[in-house]
Design a protein around this ligand. Structure first.
Ligand SMILES: NC(=O)c1ccc[n+]([C@@H]2O[C@H](COP(=O)([O-])OP(=O)(O)OC[C@H]3O[C@@H](n4cnc5c(N)ncnc54)[C@H](OP(=O)(O)O)[C@@H]3O)[C@@H](O)[C@H]2O)c1
Length: 380
């Protein structure tokens, strides 16, 4: 039976991967978690997993998850010495999902993404030298392609060191891929590059609101300062989670996979029409709008306007660059395409606004007494 050393299990995408792995395989997880002990790890994981599971299902799977207290930014990942050695000898593969998505902070991206990934690579190297690692999978991002305009990008052409990056996040994730390639030459590797992951095609609830908030705020503006024909590559989290889990487990033909909507991506005009909120598109205002948002973002004041400014300063390039990421490799490997955003964006919009962009997490109920009854699969 395989043990996967996994990072980022308690995050948004991590929860989808854990859900899929628990349902479709018999793997055990050794989950690097910023928690002091198992009890804290369980509480943290429940916060993420309640989007997918009810308490019964959680208790059914939790015995297959070992929590490894630690932190990407600490030496040796902050893992206690004996525990580190035990991981080196017992793990069969590595699935590195954790990262800082703070697009504004050089410091966080340096520490969590670069230093953190280097430490994960060092652990993987020790595992490989000990007994051979089946695979190292790294969750990257399409942002490694940097500043683009009106392109369809293929996996092997995305990284161009002459192209400037949008932000510290894209820059550090690009160098993380480079480190994995350079420092683990003999290990089988997979790089997953999701585009903008938003919502779930099966239900309206979500636990991640950064991009969703930017999207809802945009949808409420009656005049949009860009071209209605610009495509936005948005992909559903359920498809991305399934792709990461399934492709990590199986033999694949390629090393890099765009987890994106690719050439099926919809335009801003189509997305706003699906929301029944068609605005007036005035592309001539794009530069002026960008300058206003930048000015608001750099203001020292904290209010709704400066919050919206910060949001758009960070996300506007991702929305207006009319660039999509070819997904034919992942669609072929999975035998399934992502669900178009236009099909579920209205439910996501309504849900996000109804909860004020905050998931109403519930505490974990006590473990049920064993009754011998068959557990139900239902979400809460
Ligand atoms: N969401 C997207 O639209 C998107 C798009 C493209 C690529 N990605 C990539 O997908 C991955 C997951 O993103 P996400 O959306 O799931 O982010 P998320 O919800 O913010 O989750 C991040 C995860 O990383 C963990 N983490 C962060 N810093 C850590 C540290 N210092 N030590 C240990 N763990 C740490 C977090 O742990 P805590 O629970 O302790 O905070 C959490 O489990 C990232 O690599 C990201 O670059 C995401």
């Amino acid at each position: 039976m395989e043990t996967i050393f996994i990072t980022g299990a308690t995050g948004f995408l991590g929860s989808y991967v854990v859900d899929r792995l628990m349902h479709t395989t018999d793997v055990r997880l050794a989950a690097l978690t910023r928690a002091a002990d198992r009890e804290e790890g369980i509480a943290k994981l429940w916060k993420a997993m309640q989007l997918h599971w009810n308490a019964e299902t959680f208790y059914r799977f939790i015995d297959r998850i070992d929590f490894v207290p630690g932190d990407l930014t600490e030496p040796n990942l902050g893992i206690a010495e004996g525990r580190y050695e035990a991981l080196v000898t017992s793990c069969n593969s590595v699935l590195h999902i954790a990262a800082s998505l703070n697009r504004k902070s050089e410091k966080q991206c340096l520490n969590h993404n670069l230093r953190g990934t280097l430490s994960v690579i060092q652990l993987a190297k020790a595992m490989h030298e000990d007994h051979g690692l089946r695979r190292f999978s790294h969750v990257s991002t399409v942002a490694v392609a940097g500043q683009r305009d009106s392109e369809v990008i293929l996996e092997d052409e995305a990284i161009d060191w002459e192209v400037s990056d949008y932000d510290p996040y894209g820059r550090t994730k690009k160098f993380c891929e480079h480190m994995v390639r350079s420092l683990l030459p003999d290990v089988e590797k997979t790089f997953f590059r999701p585009s903008i992951v938003m919502g779930d095609s099966r239900f309206a609830e979500t636990t991640q609101f950064d991009m969703v908030r930017a999207f809802c705020t945009l949808a409420d503006i009656p005049v949009l300062p860009f071209d209605s024909n610009g495509r936005v590559d948005i992909v559903n989290a359920d498809w991305v989670g399934k792709a990461i889990a399934d492709l990590h487990m199986k033999k694949v033909k390629h090393q890099i996979f765009h987890l994106s909507s690719g050439t099926s991506s919809h335009t801003m005009g189509e997305i706003t029409a699906a929301l029944n909120k068609p605005p007036r598109f005035v592309p001539q205002l794009e530069n002026a709008f960008g300058s206003i948002m930048n000015a608001l973002a750099s203001s020292k004041q904290k209010n709704t306007a400066t919050m919206i400014g910060s949001l758009f300063k960070v996300f506007l390039p991702y929305i207006t660059y009319d660039t999509v990421f070819d997904n034919s490799r992942a669609v072929e490997a999975l035998g399934e395409a992502p669900v178009p955003f236009t099909r579920y964006c209205k439910d996501l919009y309504r849900y996000a606004k109804s909860v004020g962009y905050e998931y109403p997490a519930k505490p974990l109920p006590p473990a049920p007494q064993t009754t011998g009854a068959k557990p139900s699969e239902a979400r809460p």
